[in-house]
Design a protein around this ligand. Structure first.
Ligand code: NQM
Length: 367
């Protein structure tokens, strides 16, 4: 008998992240056992994740669990799990819009749904935030097409475009778009805007913590005093955003803003939360773009956009380029409602097969 348990899995780049994608049925039902299996598969805890397939960074230590949906409005359900590289912890407290880009290709590839013509719309129920996304996947000749000429910043080369649309993500984690009830709060003397349009994010001026906002991620991570100050703000903001004690949580994200440098609306450096993102998360970008449209927010003051009803295209600058977000905006009096958001991602299947974990961690016969 083999000393290892083989588990069906695919390794997929989704947007600017990378992770293992599983059928829910191939993992243990018991959450504690499932988490031990995922930690072993990724090689956590170990900063290099040398004894697993994780990449030693939160952006490359991710898992998607997918099943056929029983909901009438969805094709598949998607649960995102963040596997911490450096500590033995698996967290479901946030969503991931980057791995989301790989869900349609995975579901089609694995026969969880059938292709429908040259482009298949896949309706995805995002379990972490209890909200829907629709991703349009290129399926000429009944197969997922991965090559194409769509480019996203943070990924070399080009690939098939995957446009994704969200309808109802406002307040999906914190309960409301403005979880503190205000567009502007002051914490430790620093003005912040707390927003949740798919991801809880705290926007603040980079200059308020002594940065220009144009530094590269490694320079910011090396500045222990800045990191401590940002974390202190995050802990305070987390409570104000109805998230409780966030010391062990991956939300809220902290987005340090400065005036746009390259023609976008604003420049961002985002703590996710202990590392600084090389780009920006998908829902993170949607939340920052939303803050840009809210009069009186830290972001709006920096970018000076006057909000109008209708379609708004916003380019959010980040350390490796731009993130384009398109939103439908409805303004009524002082209220600004974002009725939908859309963006472009790409994804690529990198490997399909079995990932192995020691049998002592999970023997499928115990399942
Ligand atoms: O905000 C990083 C990423 C993410 C999450 C993070 C994401 C999102 O870049 O939707 O995609 O903020 O933890 O994958």
């Amino acid at each position: 008998m083999s000393s290892q348990t083989a588990i069906r899995a695919s390794l997929i780049r989704g947007g600017t992240s990378k992770g293992l994608y599983f059928h829910a049925d191939d993992l243990p039902d018991d959450v504690a056992t499932r988490d031990r299996v995922l930690l072993a598969a990724m090689g956590s805890p170990d900063v290099r994740e040398i004894d697993g397939v994780g990449g030693g960074h939160p952006l490359t230590s991710k898992v998607a669990v997918v099943r056929r949906s029983t909901r009438p409005d969805a094709d598949v359900d998607y649960l995102f799990l963040q596997v911490w590289p450096d500590r033995a912890e698996v967290s479901d407290n946030q969503n991931c819009g980057n791995l989301l880009a790989g869900i349609g290709p995975f579901a089609l590839d694995q026969g969880l749904i059938e292709p429908r013509g040259d482009v298949t719309s896949v309706r995805i129920w995002m379990e972490n935030t209890q909200s829907l996304a629709v991703a349009r996947i290129q399926t000429p000749h009944g197969e997922v097409r991965y090559d194409g000429d769509a480019r996203i910043d943070g990924v070399p080369g080009s690939a098939a475009p995957i446009p994704i649309e969200f309808l109802d993500i406002a307040g999906s984690t914190c309960g409301s778009l403005l979880p503190t009830g205000h567009v502007l709060d002051v914490v430790n003397g620093i003005a912040i805007t707390c927003v949740d349009n798919g991801m809880p994010v705290v926007c603040l001026r980079a200059s308020d913590v002594g940065l220009s906002g144009y530094e590269d991620p490694a320079t910011i991570e090396a500045d222990a005093a800045v990191c401590a100050r940002v974390e202190e703000l995050r802990l305070a903001a987390g409570t104000m955003m109805n998230l409780g004690d966030v010391s062990a949580k991956t939300v809220p994200k902290m987005s340090l803003l400065a005036k746009a440098e390259h023609g976008g609306v604003v420049t961002t450096r985002t703590f996710i939360p202990k590392r600084v993102h090389e780009a920006i998360g998908v829902f993170g970008a949607v939340s920052v773009a939303t803050a840009c449209l809210l009069p009186g927010s830290v972001a709006n003051e920096l970018c000076g956009i006057s909000t109008v009803s209708g379609e708004a295209n916003l380019q959010i600058e980040h350390p490796s380029g731009y993130f384009d977000v398109t939103m439908d905006v409805a303004v009524s009096g002082h209220d600004v409602n974002i009725t939908s958001a859309a963006l472009l991602r790409t994804a690529r299947l990198l490997m399909r097969g079995d990932v192995y974990v020691p049998r002592s961690i999970w023997s499928r016969r115990d399942h």
